[in-house]
Every structure is written in structure tokens, then in C-alpha cells.
Design a protein around this ligand. Structure first.
Ligand code: 26Q
Length: 811
């Protein structure tokens, strides 16, 4: 479609939908119009993709994730369809700014953070690599809460993201399945004498899928992300008369649990997990059976991926359907299950390892519990005599009246992977060491990646333009070609162009900060960014303590030669995470103190942006000079904002944790500021039990001075929070070794300050970071999953199956 055609189509569609002309339409009406033009255009490719997959009879992967975090989809779909430039220009000629209408789209925020965003980057990459892969998750009525600050405290508001409808989704009532929850199950002999389950009581709910097209990057492929929503089956209506009963059902897919990295243990959460697992697995089986292939060859057609343990019940649900419904023997079903399933671990924090009490699992999904019991029984029987008793006791699924979901996922699958080299090594040597002894061949690493297109082409057009002009545009399809930039490290013209792009992005962010926080920041200052969920192990506190130190230093010596810096935070705390909320309060109060202090003379500003989400990330990341990746070594499984910031030319200050290690290897030691304990030093402290925060405090006057501000009134309005944080460090011995790393962190910060003072050197370091980020493309990560774990291939038949007239997005 060319621009002239587009303008005609757009105006016609607007008239049809709203009986309006461009001059009268609101941004929302324009957005709805453009969106519907896109969906009606790609739906043809979508249907074709379904047909191709069916006819090619190739294996497909299903990515089960309780979270997806796509953010806004309009511009990403435009880009992937190859329409972005044409539509931007066409709309401009109609007097419309694409940005204005893109702003109208609510973020699709059905995830907490890294894990959910990774799932969405993978969806983009799977489609863009032409791979047959689908997403499977929950269509929450409310996304992650919206964060507001009131008196510098976090307050949560509901995210009613669907209130104006969602134009990307299609409700597929004909593909609904029933899910049984609760009640009791008895095993009774059938006519052939086999035991079969007899369900008593409980409730049967309808799972209705809403499909969203995942448009591949300029390759005519449109895959599917299928999200399930609960409904009362029409034939059950009379059983749900009261508002309370109806509410119990509707609650099931109402809200996303807002805790990341902490086990919750509530019944509704377990019900959510079983609901989307059962709906997804049933729908996969139904589809497979329509192909008329033998059930015991299903492993050749289906790969199911378990994203963290939340969907681990896939193992038992798949067994249930094969054994109870398809009448396969246990042994055959078990082999198929293990071949179909694979599992990714995203965490090393013990408190995040999911466990459910036997009683709760029995009450939510009794048949699944029976099956897990049998899996566990056979596991123990098989291992007995081969491995020692203690090892078996530590690795079995059911222990201490609890079901260990990671154990179920590992035992029931053929692959367990971590998300960065260091993390995968730690899984083998520490966290899942016992399992590594049992199944060494199952363990592998798949370092995370990011959707390069969103994080450069969409988020940073200024940088993209400089890249095109310098190294050509091949990096857009092949991000490792960013390496070509290294030929220009000594080219002052290119260094200046990159710096200009960065400055333009900083001006844009500065305007946003002015508008939303009423704080004036200079775009010439260093923009120092820490954006991620608020969690003690991520150590936003370390960042804060360093800020307080700078503040005290400047108060003492206003002429201190430091580059002006703006410290920018974006972070939500889980609503029930008291300590994390206290950190937010203290950062906010420190910000007020510093920003209003005229003696600081604008050398220091602190900005905590409200409601950090994907859209805000797209605004902040292109404007960042410094990337804070300062988790305690061994605690951050990978991190992905580290990759996004590097790609956008920020210089990283980091501990050797997660993917930071691989970032250092890629960019070279001279182009990153590494500090702090290593993972093995951290483990040594654990082993020797000899960490003493108090001794560090006693021996370090700077630390004493900085910590005093928490309780002596220097930082106003934080008496409770200040003591809480002080006590966490001194009384409770500083769980995440903040004080131990403080001095080294300050030195690293000084080196960053110094590097920035040499403009040319800074620009070169920034260039080397951009040039080295290509290896973190999610396209490559996903290709490794496809090759090593899922064994899926692009549908090559594609080209032949479709006529030439379908070759581009024609209307
Ligand atoms: C569990 C039970 C009950 C309620 C909530 C949860 C829950 C929800 C979300 C537990 C964990 C999460 C999210 C974890 C997460 O985002 N982990 C991050 O995954 C990223 C992608 O691999 C990594 O880069 C990060 O290092 C890791 O922290």
C-alpha cells in the first residue's frame, strides 16, 4: 500500500466507523481507526499463517507464561508490517501526529517485570524468525496496578486497561474449553476394569480464549498469543445466581498478582495457574487431534514451554489428558510428557521457589494432586537403590506436606535452563545441584535477549538514524552488525552525531520530568538511571546511600569538582512489601530535600518517576547516560534492562551478576564500571557466616555519617522508614551486603564521573557499548531455544503455499 492509498483508506475507515472527518476526530477515534485498519490488513496473513502451520504439519511451540508485558502495540505492529514510515508521513499530511494517537493506547501490562517483558520480547522474536510458536496466558481484567505518589508514599490504583475495549484481541468463543475446579475425585473401575476418575462436586468453568496477532518483522507471519478469560458456562447459569457466587468465578481472571520474586501461596493464585494451564493444554490436544495423527506421536508436533514454575502443572495436566481421556498407559504418557515439556528457571531467591500445600492443591485440583502423587511415588521408586536416600528425599516433589513446583517441572521435562551463564552455572552448582546430579544432560543455558526493534527502532529513532547514516541499515535485520560501528571510534563526526542523538533524547525526557514532576533538570547533566522493580536484592538503597554521600560532600565543599548529575529512578514495589515501600518513601524525601536545596546549585537532582512501565522505559532508556545494575552478585538471574540501556549507549556501572558478566565480556573491561563482591565471595560469607555489617559501620566514618541522615532528621518526614532501613542494615546485619559494597561502589561512581569529564572518551565508551549490544538480540536467543530445546523450524512451505498476490500487506 502506498501513502496515497493509505490516506484514502484511513479517511474512508474513519467515516465508516465514526461518521467523521479528520478535523472532528479525537486522538482516540483516530487511534481506533488506524488500529482497525491494521488488524483488518494483517488478519489475512494471520489466517494464512494458521493454514500454513496446519498444512505443513510442522512441530509448534507453546510458551506458557502467567505474565505477558507487551506495552503498546500500535507502533510495533506498524514497524513489523513495514508501514511505520509510510503511515507517519501519510498521517502528517492529514495533519495528524502519529505520536499523539499512539499515546492513547493503554499499556498492556499483564506482567510484573522482567519475566513478563521477556515473554513479550520472545513473542515478537518467534514471529520475526518465522518460527511456529504461540503464547498461552491469562487475560487479566486489570493489569499491574498504577503507581501514584501521595505524600511521597506509593499508592496503588487499579489498571482498568480494557475500559475502552482492546482492538488487538479477537474473542474466539468457538474455541472455548471447560475447566473443572474443586470438588472431589474418586477412582472407579470402568467396564474394562481400568480405574477412571469420577468427579464429585466442584465447579465447571468456561475458559474463553482471546487471541492477539503477533506480527513478524516484515515476513508475512502472524503468530498467536492466546489469553484465557473465565466465564460461567450458559448451562451452569442457574448454579450461579447470587452476586457472591458470580464474583467468585469472575475473580479468577480479574487481577494479576503484583508480587514479583516472592511466593504468595494464595488459593486464587493456584486456581489461576490451573485454569490457564488446563485451558491451554486442552486446546493444544484438541487441535492436535483434528490433525488426525496418532496421540502417541504428539511429541513430534508439540513443544510446551513452562516459563518459571507458575505453569508447572502443565506436566500433570498433560498426563491427566493422556491417561484419563486418551487412555494411554502411564509409561507411554510419561515419556511423551517429558519429551514435550521444557522449563526455564528465572530466580535463585529461595523465597520465590513456588510451593503449595497439599491441602490447597487437593482442594483446587484434586485429580492433578493425585497425578502428582503418582509421579512422585514413581520417581522415588525409580531412584531408590540408584541414588542415596537423602538425595531422593531432597529432590522428590512432595515433602513436608508441600508440593515443590520446580521439582515437578524438572522431573517432568527434558530441559531445564537458566537465563544467563552465571545463573545457569549457579543452578547446577548450588540451587538445583541435587537435580544436576540426577539429570546432568537436562541442564543448559539460554542467556536472555531483547527485542532489538522495539528498543532501538521504535524507542530511539534519533539513534537509529545515525546508525543508518554511519553503517547502513543492515543492523535492523542483523543486530550483530552493530559491530561495524567500531570502525568509527576515532571519527569525531560520528561521535558528535551519536552525542547529538543522546542530547535530543535527554531533552525530551527533561521535558517529561518538568511536566510530570515539576523538576527542572539540565540535559547537559549526567542522566543516571536505575529502572526495575523495587526489591532489596536489587539494592536501590545502595544507589540512595551514594546520593546521600554526594549531597553531604557537596554541603561540606560546594566547589567539589563533580559533573552535574540527575539520578533517575523508576520502580514499583509490591503492595504488600513494606520494606520496599519504605525505600521509595525515603528516596522521594531525599529527592525533595536535595532538589530544593539552593546550595547544591543544581549539581545534583533526584527524580523518581511515577508508574514505571514499558512506555516509560521507552522514554527513559534512550536518554540514559549511566545504567545502574547493582544487585548483590548471585541474586539477579539475568536482568534485561541492562541490555536495553547498553544498546542505547548508556555506560554500565555493575556488579558481576546475571548477564552483567556477559555484558562486560562483550564490551570489554575498560568500557564498563565493575565493582563489588563477586558471587563466590558472597557464597564464602554464607559459608563462613562471618559477615558483620556492624564492624563495617564501626570502622567506616563515611558510612556512619551517611546512615545518620536516616534517623537524625536531615532527611525530613521519614522517622519510621529511616529507622526501619537503618535497622535492616545494622540490627539485622544487612542481608544484601549493601555496606560491604558501598566503598567500592563510590569508587566506581567516581571513575564514571571522571570518564564523563573527558567528553571524547565518554563518547567512545558509549559507542563501544552500542556496537557490542547486538549479541543480546532475542531473535538469537529464541533461535537457540528453537534449535536446542523445542526442535522447531520455520515453515519453509510458506512461500509456496501462498500466491504472489498476498506478498505484501495489500488491502
Ligand atoms: C509467584 C507466586 C505468587 C505470586 C507471584 C509470583 C511471581 C510473580 C512474578 C514470582 C516471580 C515473578 C517474576 C520474576 C521475574 O521477573 N524474574 C526476572 O526474570 C527476568 C527474565 O528472565 C530476569 O532477567 C530477572 O533477573 C529476574 O529477576
Amino acid at each position: 500500500m502506498d501513502k496515497t492509498e493509505f490516506k484514502q483508506c484511513f479517511s474512508r475507515r474513519l467515516a465508516e466507523k465514526f461518521a467523521m472527518g479528520v478535523a472532528d476526530a479525537s486522538p482516540n477515534e483516530l487511534y481506533q481507526t488506524l488500529g482497525s485498519l491494521l488488524t483488518s490488513t494483517y488478519s489475512q496473513k494471520w489466517q494464512q499463517t494458521w493454514t500454513d502451520y496446519r498444512e505443513a504439519e510442522q512441530k509448534q511451540a507453546y510458551y506458557f507464561s502467567i505474565e505477558f508485558l507487551p506495552g503498546k502495540m500500535l507502533k510495533s505492529n506498524l514497524l513489523n508490517m513495514g508501514w511505520l514510515e509510510m503511515v507517519t508521513e501519510g498521517l502528517a499530511e492529514l495533519g495528524i501526529d502519529l505520536e499523539d494517537l499512539a499515546e492513547v493506547e493503554p499499556d498492556m501490562a499483564l506482567g510484573n517485570g522482567g519475566l513478563g517483558r521477556l515473554a513479550s520480547c520472545f513473542m515478537d522474536s518467534i514471529a520475526s524468525m518465522g518460527l511456529p510458536g504461540n503464547g498461552n496466558g491469562i487475560r487479566y481484567e486489570y493489569g499491574l496496578f498504577k503507581q501514584h505518589f501521595v505524600d511521597n508514599y506509593q499508592v496503588e490504583l487499579p489498571d482498568k486497561w480494557l475500559h475502552k475495549g482492546n482492538l488487538w484481541e479477537i474473542r474466539k468463543e468457538s474455541k472455548a474449553v471447560d475447566v473443572h475446579l474443586g470438588g472431589e475425585v474418586y477412582l472407579v473401575p470402568d467396564a474394562a476394569g481400568n480405574l477412571s476418575p469420577d468427579y464429585q462436586g466442584g465447579m465447571t468453568l468456561r475458559a474463553v480464549p482471546y487471541d492477539t496477532g503477533m506480527v513478524g518483522y516484515q515476513n508475512d507471519i502472524v503468530n498467536t498469543m492466546r489469553l484465557w478469560s473465565v466465564e460461567i458456562p450458559p448451562e451452569e447459569e442457574e448454579n450461579y445466581r447470587s452476586i457472591e457466587d458470580r464474583r467468585t468465578v469472575e475473580d479468577l481472571t480479574s487481577v494479576l498478582y503484583p508480587d514479583d520474586s516472592s511466593e504468595d501461596g494464595r488459593k486464587l493464585r493456584l486456581s489461576q495457574e490451573y485454569f490457564f494451564v488446563s485451558a491451554g493444554v486442552q486446546s493444544i490436544l484438541r487441535y492436535y487431534k483434528q490433525l488426525n495423527k496418532p496421540i502417541d506421536k504428539i511429541n513430534q508436533s508439540v513443544a510446551i514451554h513452562i516459563n518459571d514454575t507458575h505453569p508447572a502443572m502443565c506436566v500433570a495436566e498433560f498426563m491427566r489428558l493422556l491417561v484419563d481421556e486418551e487412555n494411554l498407559s502411564w509409561e507411554r504418557a510419561w515419556n511423551l510428557t517429558q519429551e514435550v515439556m521444557s522449563y526455564t528457571n528465572h530466580t535463585i531467591m529461595a523465597e520465590a521457589l513456588e510451593k503449595w500445600s497439599i491441602n490447597m492443591m487437593k482442594s483446587v485440583c484434586p485429580r492433578i494432586y493425585q497425578i502428582i502423587e503418582e509421579i512422585d511415588r514413581r520417581f522415588v521408586a525409580e531412584m531408590t537403590g540408584v541414588h542415596d536416600f537423602d538425595l531422593i528425599q531432597r529432590t522428590r516433589i512432595i515433602q513436608d506436606n508441600q508440593v515443590h513446583m520446580a521439582h515437578l517441572a524438572i522431573i517432568g521435562s527434558h530441559s531445564t535452563n537458566g537465563v544467563a551463564k552465571l545463573h545457569s552455572d549457579l543452578l547446577k552448582s548450588v540451587v538445583l545441584h541435587d537435580f544436576y546430579l540426577l539429570y546432568p544432560a537436562r541442564f543448559n543455558n539460554k542467556t536472555n535477549g531483547i527485542a532489538m526493534r522495539r528498543w532501538t527502532q521504535l524507542a530511539n529513532p534519533a539513534l537509529s538514524k545515525v546508525l543508518d547514516e554511519t553503517i547502513g541499515n543492515s543492523w535492523r535485520k542483523q543486530p550483530t552488525n552493530l559491530r561495524l560501528l567500531l570502525n568509527y571510534t576515532e571519527d569525531d563526526h560520528v561521535l558528535a552525531a551519536l552525542a547529538d542523538a543522546k542530547l535530543a533524547n535527554k531533552k525530551r525526557l527533561a521535558a517529561y520530568i518538568q511536566e510530570h514532576c515539576g523538576i527542572e533538570v539540565s540535559p547537559q547533566a549526567i542522566f543516571d538511571v536505575q529502572i526495575k522493580r523495587l526489591h532489596a536484592y536489587k539494592r536501590q538503597l545502595l544507589n540512595l546511600l551514594h546520593i546521600i554521600k554526594l549531597y553531604l560532600d557537596l554541603k561540606e565543599n560546594p566547589d567539589l569538582p563533580i559533573e552535574p548529575r540527575v539520578f533517575i529512578f523508576g520502580a514499583k514495589a509490591a503492595p504488600s512489601y513494606h520494606y520496599a515501600k519504605s525505600i521509595i518513601k525515603v528516596i522521594n524525601e531525599t529527592a525533595s530535600l536535595i532538589n530544593q536545596d539552593p546550595t547544591i546549585n543544581n549539581k545534583l537532582k533526584v527524580v523518581f518517576l511515577e508508574n514505571y512501565n514499558v512506555s516509560l522505559a521507552e522514554r527513559i532508556i534512550p536518554a540514559a547516560d549511566v545504567s545502574e545494575q547493582i544487585s548483590l552478585a548471585s541474586k539477579e538471574a539475568s536482568g534485561t534492562s541492562n541490555m536495553k540501556l547498553m544498546l542505547n549507549g548508556a555506560v554500565t556501572i555493575a556488579t558481576l551478576d546475571g548477564a552483567n558478566v556477559e555484558i562486560r565480556d562483550a564490551v570489554g573491561e575498560e568500557n564498563i564500571a565493575i565493582f563489588g563482591l563477586t558471587e563466590s565471595e558472597v557464597y564464602q560469607y554464607y559459608e563462613n557466616k562471618n559477615y558483620s555489617a556492624l564492624s563495617i559501620y564501626d570502622e567506616n566514618a563515611t558510612i556512619r555519617k551517611v546512615l545518620a541522615t536516616l534517623t537524625d532528621g536531615t532527611i525530613p518526614n521519614i522517622s519510621a522508614e529511616g529507622y526501619e532501613i537503618f535497622d535492616s542494615l545494622i540490627k539485622y546485619n544487612d542481608e544484601f551486603f549493601v555496606l560491604r559494597d558501598f566503598e567500592d561502589y563510590c569508587l566506581a561512581q567516581e571513575s564514571v564521573n571522571k570518564a564523563y569529564q573527558d567528553k571524547r572518551r565518554w563518547r567512545q565508551i558509549s559507542l563501544r557499548n552500542i556496537a557490542s549490544a547486538g549479541r543480546f538480540s532475542a531473535d538469537d536467543t529464541v533461535q537457540r531455544y528453537a534449535d536446542d530445546i523445542w526442535q522447531i523450524e520455520p515453515v519453509f512451505a510458506h512461500e509456496d503455499l501462498r500466491g504472489a498476490e498476498h506478498d505484501s500487506y495489500l488491502l
